[in-house]
Structures are given as structure tokens and as C-alpha cells.
Design a protein around this ligand. Structure first.
Ligand SMILES: [Zn+2]
Length: 316
């Protein structure tokens, strides 16, 4: 662990909430934002000392500046490439702090979704100070796969189909056996698929398993090994069971989620996401295509209801 602040404080672990950097292999860094809750996403970078590729940015200007400071502190030059794992603002809002020096790369649907979503986090969390956020979509897009090279390191971008969103990218470093999953994997948090696909997320997990990565950098939460896929899969299969049983009985997603509760997944953070995931499961049971847009503000309202009427808080 190479948290600068923890090292300065003489501590062995970072303080809760303090982002930290971990070197996973020569020139490959993960940037983890505890506790991985709403808006606290992970990033990472690959550098050979001469050039740098950054995976994702952060939700606020302030957090992205901290990410940029950590990147520079590692000895990496500012990135010539920023890869977005998907369009959500906690992964893309900071893009403009690296352009025009960097080219932003993403799946072609990620570009479309970034532009369509605009300042969506501002709508969901009007009280949060995001700073100066200029929506900056990928200008270099791909459809199925794209391989980039950073010095001698091969960086494979893979689109696993519609999963967390319709425009997901998995960043796979075969030589280092490291994968950046984006939000297909939440570690210690509840999966979240209302803007993607439940069945597609299960396919994406199979695709991730087949890569055989030893080190998994989840979209949120601490680093993991491939065993993390099993928890995500079991949780999604639980959503599927709950939704199938409740849909047949004519329950609303909120009624279904209230009746079922989080089950064995109560220890995962953000358990209110269960109802959002049931909304997506219902859409699939009704034959709607993967990623077909839901009314996301009403999904949010249901999460607040499931949360006992408390707002779903952005931690950025
Ligand atoms: Zn996301």
C-alpha cells in the first residue's frame, strides 16, 4: 500500500474515506476511494514513465484534482489517454481536467450515453458541490474490442455487452493479470444494474472469469481477486429469483423488494439498490431490450422509499 497521506501520518492503513494508491505491477496503479459508496469510484493508471493511460476519473473536480496529484506523485506523466469504463458521472465527470492533452476513449455507446446523461449527477444530487464539470465524452470509440499499448504494456479494452450500462468497457492487462472491471463489479457494495441488464451482467461475469485475472480492480470498493465475481453473481441471481416470484404475483418492484429484503446480502452496502435492480429485472421479464431506459428518477424515489424515506446520499 502506498498511500502518501497514510505514510506521512505513520499509519499502516489509510484513514477511512482517504483515497489511496496501490501499485499492482510495474507501472500499473489502482486508485481506490474508500468506502466505495455512492460517487466514490475507483480509477487507475498504466505508465512506463514516458506515457500514461488513465482509467476513469472521479465525480467532482476536487476529487479529480486529488487523483491527478496522486498520478503525478507516482512519477507518471499526465495521461495522453483516458479510458472511461462507462458513462456514469463518478467515472467521467473529471475527464475535462485531462483534456485536451488526453484523448478520451470509450465504447461507442458510452459516448452516446455520456452526452445524453449530461449533468445527471447534478439532477440526482442537487446539493453536492461537484465543482467545474464540463461533460467530456469519448472522442475515440470502438465497438467490440480495442487494443492500446502503453510502452510495452498491452491494454485490451473489451465490451462485454450490456451489463452495468449499455456502454461498458473492461480494461484487461493480460501480461500483468490485472483487470479493471468498471461497475460490473462492486466489492462490498450491492450490484447496480437499472441502466444496463441483469442477464447481461451475468454474461459479463462469465466473460470476466474467462480472462483469468489474478487482480481485480472493481468499480467501487477495495481490490479483490476473482472470487469477488461469485458474490456479485449470487446477488444478481437473488434479484432474479425475487423478481420472477413477485412479478408473477403482480407486486410492484418496491413491494417485491420490501417483502424479500436483502437476504444474505444484508452486509453489502447500498442495499436500497435491490429495488433498482428489481426494476431492471421486471423490464427484462416484460421483454424490454437490455439497456432500454427506465425512468431513473422514479427508480431513485423507490430506493429512498426502501431506505426508510432517507435520501440516497452521494459521498463525493
Ligand atoms: Zn456506474
Amino acid at each position: 500500500m502506498t498511500s502518501a497521506s497514510a505514510a506521512e501520518a505513520g499509519e499502516s492503513a489509510p484513514a477511512p474515506g482517504e483515497p489511496y494508491t496501490e501499485e499492482l505491477a510495474g507501472g500499473v496503479h489502482a486508485y481506490i476511494q474508500p468506502d466505495g459508496g455512492w460517487c466514490l469510484s475507483n480509477a487507475g493508471w498504466i505508465s512506463d514513465g514516458g506515457e500514461t493511460l488513465l482509467v476513469d476519473t472521479a465525480a467532482t473536480e476536487r476529487r479529480t484534482r486529488a487523483l491527478r496529484t496522486a498520478l503525478v506523485a507516482s512519477g507518471a506523466p499526465l495521461p495522453a489517454t483516458v479510458v472511461n469504463t462507462h458513462h456514469h458521472g463518478d467515472h467521467t465527470y473529471g475527464n475535462a481536467l485531462f483534456t485536451p492533452g488526453a484523448t478520451v476513449v470509450g465504447h461507442e455507446t458510452c459516448r452516446r450515453e455520456t452526452l445524453a446523461a449530461g449533468h445527471q449527477l447534478h439532477e440526482i444530487w442537487p446539493g453536492v458541490d461537484f465543482g467545474d464539470i464540463r461533460i467530456t465524452a469519448p472522442t475515440l470509440t470502438y465497438r467490440d474490442e480495442l487494443t492500446l499499448h502503453v510502452g510495452r504494456t498491452e491494454v485490451r479494452l473489451l465490451h462485454p455487452g450490456v451489463a452495468h450500462t449499455a456502454g461498458d468497457t473492461v480494461v484487461w492487462l493480460p501480461e500483468q493479470s490485472v483487470v479493471f472491471t468498471g461497475d460490473i463489479v462492486f466489492h462490498r457494495g450491492t450490484p447496480f444494474v437499472p441502466m444496463g441488464s441483469l442477464s447481461g451482467s451475468l454474461h459479463a461475469l462469465d466473460r470476466l472469469r474467462a480472462l483469468g485475472a489474478h487482480t481485480v480492480v472493481p468499480g467501487h470498493g477495495p481490490l479483490a481477486g476473482p472470487e469477488v465475481y461469485d458474490t456479485v453473481e449470487r446477488c444478481l441471481r437473488y434479484v432474479d429469483e425475487v423478481a420472477r416470484a413477485a412479478h408473477g404475483r403482480g407486486l410492484t418492484p418496491l413491494e417485491a423488494a420490501r417483502e424479500a429484503g436483502p437476504g444474505e446480502f444484508a452486509e453489502l452496502a447500498e442495499s436500497e439498490r435491490l429495488v433498482a435492480n428489481v426494476h431492471r429485472a421486471y423490464a427484462e421479464l416484460e421483454g424490454r431490450p437490455p439497456g432500454d431506459p427506465l425512468d431513473i428518477l422514479s427508480v431513485w424515489a423507490d430506493m429512498e422509499q426502501l431506505n426508510g424515506g432517507r435520501p440516497v446520499a452521494c459521498h463525493a
